[in-house]
Design a protein around this ligand. Structure first.
Ligand code: UD1
Ligand code: CA
Length: 476
């Protein structure tokens, strides 16, 4: 879609979100792993360039700005939140130069760019002063309702609107109206700004409602029309935690559908949490209760077993992640086997065909091709060469209480079980470390290092002791 320079988008995001009962501003609550506002900005950015997107901020303005500043949008301050109409009054100065405006709501996050474009084209074709995007959801309760203008003849359905009536102002009979206001509009700037001052706070909340512009513009002889969204789910808002969670489920279901359509098997997708930007290649199987978060990418022919959580990781092809693993900010190469119950912390680089088994924790660790750490190990700030074998219970002592130090384990090294490697330390290629060693000095290539107390064996000692005890106290 080409940017249209005669058009600005205004996103209303200054409200507190009182009904969420949360310290966090409403538009920063997340669905699909991203703040509501970020979703709306993403859709708007496909219609106009970010420098033509104006986000109205107010409640915790700095926090909201900081959360989306990287998108390159502009900000407008509404220091006192006196309603959606007042928000547009605050934006007036900066957007008055644009002939047309699209207004989006920061808490209506599932909107698609295509639907915004469709509304915008309809607005132009209808030569309207105001166009309202509407929908017929299953339950219209809580939304503003659309009072359509009676058609001239019963056959000629009119797109024209008489007014928008907020839930609290519905007259008897109007609560049956099934068509709702999505809070998304197109305006011609000239008539909007000519009449914007006519908004009055004579309503239940004492606010200036942008919705009143429909009636005001109609009364001024301007054309006000409505276009219905094809899919009502796209324009649902989030005023309560329950609504927010429902939108999250809708968004994640759509992501799962997208992946399944592309050849990924997701068993019980309703139990999985998959963020919108996750990519998975065909023939990969995802078991129930898996979470794939952030910018995670998974190659083809992988199996991700239940209760695994993967965040911002890149997995190659034919990777097996067994049950209950936690992987963050790491890479896993083709054919690797992880888990069950493994923990890859940030900066882990798991090489081709590597095995990382149960209760193994890695951090800033690079494991070369075919290396194995199958049981109960901690590998932090470490390089582990190709084909090395790290025994059960091996620990890299990487921290001296002040600084972190590196452990270098060469190719084909064998580290016996329950050894501690006190970093900085190097075990050169092909070295052996005897089980139970505490290694504090570098081990040359091909050498054996054993660093443990010698065993003392006293023949007959236990038998003699038992005999002495029984002589003192013969009772069984
Ligand atoms: C609004 C509409 C309602 C519509 C619904 C759709 C009005 C009066 N009502 O109701 O007809 O059906 O959206 O979801 O507009 N905001 C500001 N400044 C303010 C007040 C609000 O920027 O002073 C922002 C909020 O942050 C929010 C958006 O405007 O993102 C909508 O406000 P909200 O209070 O959620 O309006 P609704 O009651 O949902
Ligand atoms: Ca709302």
């Amino acid at each position: 879609m080409k940017p249209n320079l005669s058009l600005a988008v205004v996103i209303l995001a200054a409200g507190k979100g009182t009904r969420l009962k949360s310290k966090r501003p409403k538009v920063l609550h997340e669905i699909g792993g991203k703040p509501l506002l970020a979703h709306v900005i993403a859709a708007a950015s496909r219609v106009v360039a970010p420098e033509h997107i104006y986000v109205v901020v107010g409640h915790q303005a700095e926090r909201v700005r900081a959360a989306v500043a990287s998108t390159g949008v502009q900000f407008v301050e509404q220091t006192e939140q006196r309603g959606t109409g007042h928000a547009i009054q605050c934006a007036r100065q900066v957007v008055a130069g644009y002939p047309s405006l699209l207004v989006l709501s920061g808490d209506v996050p599932l909107i698609h760019a295509e639907t915004i474009e469709r509304m915008s084209r309809f607005h132009q074709a209808e030569h309207a002063a105001m166009t309202i995007l509407t929908a017929r959801p299953e339950d219209p309760t809580g939304y503003g309702r659309i009072v359509r203008r009676a058609p001239v003849s019963p056959e000629a359905a009119s797109p024209e609107v008489e007014a928008i009536v907020e839930q609290k102002s519905l007259a008897p009979g109007q609560e049956k109206i099934g068509e709702i206001n999505s809070g998304i509009y197109a305006f011609l700037s000239a008539p909007l700004f000519a009449h914007l001052h006519e908004l009055a706070a004579s309503n239940a909340h004492g606010e200036l409602y942008l919705t009143d512009m429909a009636g005001i513009l109609r009364a001024a002889g301007e054309r006000v029309v409505a276009i219905k969204a094809e899919n009502a789910a796209e324009v649902l808002g989030a005023n309560t935690i329950a609504e927010l969670v429902a939108l999250d489920a809708t968004m994640r279901a759509a992501t799962a559908q997208r992946l399944m359509a592309a050849g990924v098997t997701i068993f019980r997708p309703e139990t999985c949490v998959i963020d919108a930007e996750v990519e998975v290649a065909p023939d990969t199987v995802i078991e129930p209760f898996v979470q794939l978060r952030g910018k995670t990418r998974v190659g083809s022919d992988c199996l991700i077993r239940s209760y695994t959580v993967i965040e911002n990781c890149a997995l190659g092809t034919d990777v097996l992640v067994r049950q209950g693993c936690v992987l963050a900010d790491s890479t896993v190469a083709d054919g690797a086997r992880i888990g069950p119950f493994a923990h890859l912390r940030p900066g882990s680089e798991i090489g081709e065909s590597v095995h990382v088994g149960n209760f193994v924790e890695t951090k800033q660790a690079r494991l070369g091709k075919g290396a194995k750490a199958n049981h109960l190990a901690y590998l932090g700030d470490a390089e582990i060469g190709e084909g090395a074998n790290v025994g059960a219970g091996v620990i890299t002592c990487n921290y001296d209480g002040v600084h972190k130090h590196r452990t270098r384990i060469g190719k084909g090294v064998f580290v016996g079980s329950d050894s501690t490697l006190v970093a900085p330390i190097t075990l050169e290629d092909g070295a052996y470390v005897g089980a139970g060693s505490c290694i504090t000095k570098d081990v040359p290539a091909g050498a054996l290092a054993v660093g443990r107390a010698r065993q003392i064996t006293k023949p007959g000692w236990a038998t003699a002791r038992r005999a002495r005890r029984e002589a003192k106290d013969p009772s069984p």
